[in-house]
Design a protein around this ligand. Structure first.
Ligand code: 48H
Length: 261
């Protein structure tokens, strides 16, 4: 094969294929910001229901805080009921103590990513959501840019994707809810109408409230995982991930119900 023609073929294939993916996803049902465990479970569940779902992840590798396990020991813990959800992705767990199971964090991250993709969700990695679209108090889209552009502080205007529902799955900082509360001045569904901020470590309570705190915050906007806990003032829980997985499932149920899916 002619070397020059092969180079054109490969570059052309990537450019055409990527721009089709981008063009096909300029108006979607659900945008999920953050490819952590809660966002990936939500993406899987919503795409499985036939909704058009895109996940935006600022890092090159999706998976969020899953990869590092506890203190870089690449094992995590889940409760028995969360292990059942992971089994739907083909992710294996081992009994650890009554009610708890351990699993390889690399298998968990890669299994959740592949599961979300196989269900039909599109993942845009290295893309940062830097703002939201707001019309008359309703969150209606994400404002996106390449993460390297943001990191290099290049003055480059973003592009916009419109959505019927937006899930903040950005973890500890709840970046998207922050924009809605502090930039748009919207009062959200929380005890103060604003962001209460995450509390220190209390595993049992943190796990319980992660699911409880997963809710719709204002028209068009939901939060899952640690973002939900940060918004509502929940405790952190360390390297146990059942709450994140169940939060992803819960937010998907809430969004699907609202969108009639
Ligand atoms: C695009 C963004 C943006 C942005 C952030 O933190 P995550 O893993 O999310 P969760 O909530 O599903 O899981 C939390 C869990 O990993 C964890 O941190 C636990 C259990 N902590 C307990 C404790 O005690 O510390 O993933 C969030 C993802 C990350 O990959 C970010 O890079 C990404 O969101 N992200 N992506 N645009 N503006 N902000």
């Amino acid at each position: 094969m002619n070397e020059e023609i092969m180079e054109e073929t490969i570059s052309g294939a990537i450019v055409r294929s990527y721009f089709k993916k981008l063009t096909d996803n300029l108006a979607i049902d659900v945008a999920i910001v953050g490819a952590g465990p809660s966002g990936l479970v939500a993406a899987h569940d919503l795409a499985r229901r036939g909704l058009k779902v895109a996940v935006y992840e600022s890092k090159l590798a999706p998976g969020g805080g899953t990869w590092g396990g506890g203190m870089l020991m690449n094992e995590v813990v889940v409760q028995d009921d969360a292990a059942e959800i992971l089994a739907e992705f083909g992710i294996r767990t081992e009994p650890a103590a009554p009610g708890y199971r351990t699993l390889d964090s690399v298998e968990m991250a890669s299994g959740l990513i592949f599961g979300a993709r196989k269900a039909g969700a599109v993942i845009f990695n290295a893309v940062r959501v830097e703002d939201v679209v707001m019309h008359d108090g309703v969150v209606g889209g994400v404002v996106i840019n390449w993460n390297p552009v943001a990191r290099l502080e290049m003055h480059v205007d973003p592009l916009v994707v419109t959505t019927r529902a937006l899930i903040d799955g950005t973890g500890h900082p709840s970046e998207i809810v922050n924009k809605v509360v502090h930039k748009a001045g919207v009062a959200i569904d929380s005890p103060t109408g604003g962001i209460l901020g995450e509390k220190p470590m209390w595993m049992e309570d943190g796990e319980r409230t992660t699911v409880l705190n997963t809710k719709k915050l204002c028209p068009g906007l939901y939060a899952s995982g640690m973002a939900a806990n940060n918004v509502q003032g929940g405790f952190r829980m360390g390297p146990i991930f059942g709450g994140m997985i169940k939060s992803g499932r819960k937010v998907a149920e809430l969004v699907a119900k609202d969108l009639g899916a």
